[in-house]
Design a protein around this ligand. Structure first.
Ligand code: MLT
Length: 277
């Protein structure tokens, strides 16, 4: 394990770059970013939870500093990567926090591994793509092949962030944009393939949901908040929080409210004691 710039520890597990913050003896909490971002999406959230939890984030295969490999990804492969991270770090009673595509991974992991202490699902859904969405993603893969990632990303950002946020945080958007444009397009196209072929996890979640926090956002045009609210109403041990002023990328648009929702949820569930606190 090597210290990283900014004092964050990291390691590689099966080609996946994994980052840690907080005390090893504390409650493990794994953060899974969405498409087409990297682990830094969680930086602010982790900074505010690191005194209570052992916070682990990683770059999904094909994004950030993780290996890209063949680019023929599936949700199963992404869950294999997550499983390797959990087992190689020897983590138990993990809380999983997944945003959007990271939520798809968390939901399939919950179905497959069945041993999570709690789930935090932000701006995500249990349903698979309908035909229209599949065709849209197929077209996106073709377009990225023809014209590169830039036009695709411009459209994605328009959908993913509110106009307010894009106008008020042009600097942050520009940094994020440059970062993503430096990723290997194979990783981005591979993630689109993985999302097209993902399965529906609704039934498994309803049958075996650990305590679950669902966070929706009123202005999310990618995952409608109603989808999350309806899902929450069917899960026995669940809490739903709707952030009122943000679009899809809610932990960036409403960081304080997002962290507040997590903290309130974590307080309700007994965490592993942080011996060094
Ligand atoms: C994400 O933010 O991870 C993606 O927008 C999810 C999706 O396109 O379904």
């Amino acid at each position: 394990m090597n210290p990283k710039e900014g004092g964050i520890m990291h390691t590689f597990i099966n080609g996946i770059k994994v980052f840690f913050k907080g005390n090893l003896s504390a409650q493990p909490l794994i953060f899974i970013h969405g498409f087409p971002f990297d682990h830094t999406l969680w930086d602010n959230v982790i900074e505010q939870l690191k005194d209570d939890c052992y916070c682990i984030s990683y770059d999904i295969r094909g994004f950030g500093s993780s290996e890209v490999g063949h680019g023929q990804y599936t949700m199963e492969g992404y869950v294999d990567d997550l499983e390797a991270v959990i087992s190689q770090l020897g983590l138990q009673e993990v809380i999983l926090c997944g945003f959007s595509m990271g939520g798809y991974i968390a939901l399939r992991a919950n179905q497959r591994l069945q041993n999570f202490k709690a789930l935090i699902l932000a701006n995500t859904t249990t349903t698979g793509d309908n035909d229209e969405a599949k065709l849209k993603r197929a077209k996106a893969i073709y377009n990225i092949e023809q014209d590169g990632v830039k036009p695709f990303l411009d459209n994605f950002f328009t959908a993913a962030f509110t106009q307010n946020y894009r106008q008020e945080h042009q600097d942050k958007i520009a940094i994020l944009r440059e970062k993503i444009l430096a990723f290997n397009p194979l990783g981005i196209k591979g993630a689109l393939l993985a999302m097209i072929s993902r399965t529906d996890t609704t039934r498994s979640l309803l049958e075996q949901a650990p305590p679950t926090l669902l966070i929706g956002a009123s202005h999310d045009t990618i995952i409608a908040p109603k989808t999350m609210k309806d899902l929450a109403s069917k899960i026995k041990n669940s809490h739903y929080v709707e952030l009122q002023n943000s679009g899809h990328v809610s932990m960036l648009e409403e960081p304080e409210e997002f962290v507040e929702a997590l903290k309130s949820f974590l307080i309700m569930h007994p965490l592993k004691e942080n011996k060094n606190k």
